[in-house]
Design a protein around this ligand. Structure first.
Ligand code: THU
Length: 158
């Protein structure tokens, strides 16, 4: 484990990650089985840990009209907003694999998902941790601000 700064850690091996977070990663990986990705063949799974301990899964859902699809992270976050609106999101694990493979491959959250995570973090007034694979290592950031500095948010509209 290498502490990069106050807001992020990198792990060389998944075995170095705390057990509860490994469990969240496993749930994210399970979610890749529900991905509908016939166009990219890139199956993404997200698992969200809620304040009450519930784990919510999401996967990317593609469409023949490409922009109509949605990333795994946003599928899961918007589901929480509808069905668990009294809960805060504590952690998000993101995993990916190619179609017909069981190997984890890096998937860093896209810009659009970072924007949605940031709004959620601000709304719930509690930091969200994000765990994902990057360059073969596992990364953990302790706040969305680490993923999206100099962001556009509701204060920009004042
Ligand atoms: N994708 C996600 O689900 N999450 C991300 O953070 C990155 C990209 C999906 C969108 C699309 O279905 C596929 O991966 C290829 O971009």
């Amino acid at each position: 484990m290498i502490i990069l700064n106050n807001n992020k850690i990198t792990y060389n091996s998944i075995n170095d990650i705390p057990d509860d977070e490994q469990e969240l990663i496993k749930n994210a990986f399970m979610a890749t089985n529900n991905s509908y990705a016939p166009y990219s063949n890139f199956h993404v799974g997200a698992a969200l840990l809620l304040g009450n301990g519930t784990i919510i899964k999401g996967s990317n859902q593609e469409n023949a009209a490409y922009p109509s699809g949605l990333c795994a992270e946003r599928v899961a976050i918007f589901h929480v907003m509808n069905s668990y609106s009294d809960q805060k999101i504590k952690k998000i694990a993101i995993t990916a694999r190619k179609k017909d493979s069981t190997d984890y491959i890096p998937a860093s959250p896209c810009g659009g998902c970072r924007q949605v995570m940031l709004e959620q973090e601000q709304k719930q007034q509690e930091k969200i941790e994000v765990i994902f694979q990057s360059n073969g290592n596992w990364m953990k950031v302790f706040t969305i601000m680490e993923l999206l500095p100099f962001s556009f948010d509701k204060n920009s509209l004042k």
